[in-house]
Design a protein around this ligand. Sequence first.
Ligand code: SDX
Length: 377
Amino acid sequence: QTDGGVVYRGLAGVTFDQSQITLIDGKQGRLQYRGYSIHDLVEQTTFEETAFLLLNGQLPTTTELDQFKHQLVAAREIPATILELIQLLKDGHPTEVLRTCLSALATFDAERLDGSVTATKARSIRLIAQMPCLIAAHHAIRQGKTPIQPNPTLDHAANFLYMLQGTIPSQQAQQIVNQILILHADHSANASTFAARVVAGTRSDWYAALTAAIAAFAGPLHGGAIEQVIAMIQAIGTPERAADYVANLQANNQPVMGFGHRVYQTEDPRARHLRKAAQALSAQSDNNYYAILEAVVQAMRPYMAKGIDVNVDFYASVIYHLLGIPYDLFVPAFIVGRTVGWLAQIQEQYANNILIRPLLAYVGPIDQPYPALSQRQ
Ligand code: SDX
């Protein structure tokens, strides 16, 4: 287009549709799923209840919750061909392998374009249930081991850790993973959700939309930041070196990973709970990663006054590390929670669909005389 209208780079501050899923108030640091405060949800519900809420718009009754949990447990089995695919790709980064498996899963769903309530619910349950199984299967296969079968007595969070580690996790670990999955479940029009909505908006299928979401999520400015936070902690080494490290980044105009957000001008409300969990786990170990993070926070104080504050990835990195999860599984672990949000958002996009097609202000040359090939220099 050549109309030269106002340009909103990065769509910053642009509202592109209405939604009934997640409220974010970036000034006050408020976050609600379907009208319920994230603080109530993280302290009082399980991942399964929150997932039901996000997908269905209301909290489940006891019967609905039981049924939902049973359906999730029953849908965990991964097609054998996908396990063969993982075997072939086993040396890839776990996020790349997961993204490829998601795309491949479409070929097993004859009803992938069926938007009926029944097909949508069954597909969502399958995708939520299988995501941790895919990650754990890849983790086993890349170590030359046979994937650990899901444990039907364990809920989503506990079973994920169990399949990764082969032992039933402690009550504390189960509770923390439950909380982290709830906190990660949705965040409105973030880049990966937007990517999913763009794909769904063309009426492409669910797997295509989720594959796009994972692709967008993996970048270090978005979900990939969680892996970068651990790299930063290791580069810093000891709390005493944090101030110099931060000053050096600032001098070179480089972002401190796990800080800053397009929407929040204050602390991300999810960080409060993640800090608490990271602190609790840290108190039980002699690992200094949490202390390094706190030293980074101190060094960032002057920038926090300008609205550059802790985001969701900052403390989550240390939690996963202290739970014994390998660094390259941090992004996939975040995806286990976020899958629910992507599914709810794709569902909402399809329910009231519109093609998402913004404009670019063309600023290149115009009306150039066409030179023949022989005349070009
Ligand atoms: C997630 O959108 C979501 O909801 C995402 C998410 C979700 O749940 O889906 O919350 C998950 O993606 C969290 C963000 C993870 N990313 C990081 O931790 C990477 C580090 N942070 C950034 O690079 C940055 O803050 C972004 C990418 C998150 C946001 O960038 P913006 O909105 O494009 O802002 P910007 O980079 O243009 O920065 C604006 C100003 C600049 O200063 P000035 O040039 O105006 O003086 O703020 C400064 C920046 O230098 N700034 C930072 C900083 N982030 C912004 N300075 C130091 N460290 C930082 N981290």
